[in-house]
Design a protein around this ligand. Structure first.
Ligand code: AMP
Length: 282
């Protein structure tokens, strides 16, 4: 059975009852329009925790003024069916006043990690993410919370926030779920026309090529530039494609430590992001 709760007192009461019974609680925050990537987080949580809570909240604070907050897909009934199928114990679907009561004015500034890549293109985005995730973690009080590597920079920032504020929760990252052509699943893929969806495969294909070529000693700046050109040639406007240190996101000039390639690009009205691990050079 999947309980549906919109009220924070009822959420707290249920979590307290589980914890009093010695049951561990895993939490999966989402913005809904659920797909197999979200469900992978639920499955991972189920392997590590006795109880699982998913939340659905389209967080206004993480959207810029000209972004897609209003058109972001909302489909609570379908989402609930998927959570029931997956055996998730509770769906927390709060209204905005529950997450941000009147007078709410605190914002978390995650610092330098939030100023590069996505943070440079979307000012304030990661402050909105860190603020809502902290608030949701305090409301749900789980033992563990699960986030996708699909949003790699977000995962690092949430780990940093939890560490810095000593929030009593363990953060776990879950590998990106892709469709059989390699496209990273995303709620925003719903915006793509069939033609754009076909073109979008260039993102994951390029990342895969880079992850294979770079560790063999290829010239990093030249190889990255070729990759950028290849993505642009497929009709994308690139926001960034960078090779970064996997822990700090500082630009990686050498492959002597775990690295990550991260990409963000727009096709038509849809902005997609993806990333992949790059092993150290052989
Ligand atoms: P969102 O609903 O887009 O805010 O995502 C909610 C959570 O699901 C975040 O932790 C995302 O990183 C994660 N997620 C989104 N897409 C995927 C995917 N394709 N594979 C794994 N996790 C994902």
């Amino acid at each position: 059975m999947t309980l549906v709760v919109s009220d924070s007192a009822a959420l707290r009461q249920q979590v307290s009852a589980w914890r009093a019974a010695g049951e561990t609680v895993g939490f999966i925050p989402t913005m809904g329009a659920l797909h197999a990537g979200h469900i992978a987080l639920v499955r991972q949580a189920q392997t590590e925790c006795r109880r699982t809570i998913a939340s659905i909240f389209v967080n206004p604070k993480q959207f810029g003024p000209h972004e897609d907050f209003n058109r972001y897909p909302r489909q609570l009934e379908q989402d609930l069916m998927q959570l029931v199928d997956a055996g998730c114990d509770l769906l927390f679907a709060p209204p905005v006043e529950t997450v941000y009561p009147p007078g709410f004015s605190t914002a978390i500034d995650p610092g330098p990690l939030a100023t590069v890549l996505e943070g440079a293109i979307r000012p304030g985005h990661f402050s909105g993410v860190a603020t809502v995730v902290t608030r949701l973690l305090m409301l749900a009080a789980p033992d563990q919370a699960f986030f996708g590597e699909k949003d790699y920079q977000q995962l690092l920032i949430i780990k940093q926030t939890v560490r810095d504020l000593a929030l009593p929760v363990i953060i776990k990252g879950v590998p990106t779920v892709r469709d059989r052509n390699g496209l990273a699943l995303s709620s925003r893929n719903a915006y793509l026309s069939p033609e754009e969806r076909a073109r979008a495969l260039i993102l994951s294909a390029t990342l895969r090529q880079l992850a294979a070529i770079l560790p063999t000693g290829a010239d990093i700046p030249a190889t990255l530039q070729k990759a950028r050109d290849q993505i642009a040639a497929n009709g994308f406007t690139l926001d960034y494609l960078e090779l970064c240190d996997a822990a700090t996101l500082a630009p990686a000039a050498m492959l002597n430590a775990p690295a990550r390639i991260l990409v963000a690009a727009k096709i038509g009205n849809t902005r997609l992001i993806d990333n992949m691990a790059v092993p150290p050079a052989a």
